[in-house]
Ligand binder design. Sequence first.
Ligand code: GLN
Length: 486
Amino acid sequence: MTLYNLSIHDAAERLRKKEISSRELTLSVLERIAKTDTKVKAYITLNEDQALAQADQADQAISKGIARPLTGIPLSIKDLICTQGLLTTCASKILENFVPTYDATVIEKLKAQGAVILGKVNMDEFAMGSTTEHSGFKITANPWNLDHTPGGSSGGSAASVAADMCLGSLGSDTGGSIRQPASHCSVVGLKPTYGRVSRYGLVAFASSLDQIGPLTKNVKDCALMMNAIAGYDPKDSTSVNECVPDFTATLTQSIKGKKIGIPREYFSTEGIDPDVKNSIDQALDTLKSLGAQCVDISLPHTPYAVAAYYVIAPSEASSNLARFDGVKYGIRDMEQTELVDMYKKSRSRGFGLEVQRRIIIGTYALSSGYYDAYYKKASQVRTLIIRDFKAAFESCDILISPVSPSPASIIGQHSEDPLKMYLSDIFTISANMAGIPGLSVPCGFNQMGLPVGLHLMGRHFDEATLLNVAHCFESATDFHTKRPSL
Ligand code: GLN
């Protein structure tokens, strides 16, 4: 029996029944990585010895009858979430030697459940990008077609789940970085409500937008991971003390009568790929056949979302990344004798081009004289976007759209034109601007066999409804059962 292709809830049940051990499961996944990752290139750091030690600990716990839902389950972690004693690079040369002395809260929570940490996976440097081509180390390939990107920035997470090189993963989402690669790799990805999951120990990109969330093989696994990581954390001042439901409890509830809003502006967006449009239309038919009602909704400020995001996110990034100065962290240019020259040279050598571009844009937007015209204006637009969602949720329970206007790009396709890459975030960034939860669930393939994802957005702290609708959709379709041949 192959074990690496099990889902989290399947594996958990077999572990509990002692049909398999966590050591066997972990070894099977490690073998899979050894065989497959030469092609996919998802992992930056493998944690083999510790992973096996954690697996043995999990087996001991299980033998004593203490099994939590993630006990003994092998997971991968995006390389911007701090792991004690384990390299955390943010896929940046500037942090190529950074070994955190502490665990992020989400890692503490996974370890408390007895999960196995397989290693750290690739991403766009500091999570800036939509393709995972902007890693300082390597380009990850899409397991469905190795000439294509896996999406990004959590491309290593999505690719490692899709290629069965872990049972689930943690990613981060500032403007779509969990949902978009999930969509491009045919896995489930959830960006929780801002404040739902602690960001303590997440290396910050844009602090008012960043959220950590799960990427999994199916919706139930996503709910299980949410149960493990959600909740108030006094160490994160943006975390919210809101009661956390059991996300698995309402998965199978009927969605009869649920009101699904179809944002008019999203579907009139020029440039939606016809195969993507087709898959979304079919998904809507499936939801209707399950009893959901579709309502026409307007989000009138959608056309300004990308522009506002690409002022706010780089502004916050320029401030957050100021700490990487060659002194406190990361590589230092040793040839300079003057302090300012050392800062400049270390940062020029350590940061890649996309990160430098964002720092320059952000510093400009925040500079005196320009602040009102750019950052303040963008923040005002953000308020209008928040109001759009508030009004929309008065007449519907969730909103639906494509995750991305087109399937995964070919490697190199956007290299000459970053604007094109930015524009592909049109459907995902508004959820970050408004702080609402968003989920991607597999809903089809284009004619070339590249995956398409369905995007669900919900009210603040209503991840349960997203998971419920996604689970019913998943149960009525078979896209999540398909696996790439590698
Ligand atoms: N693609 C977006 C960007 O480049 C979002 C990235 C993210 O969510 N981390 O900023």
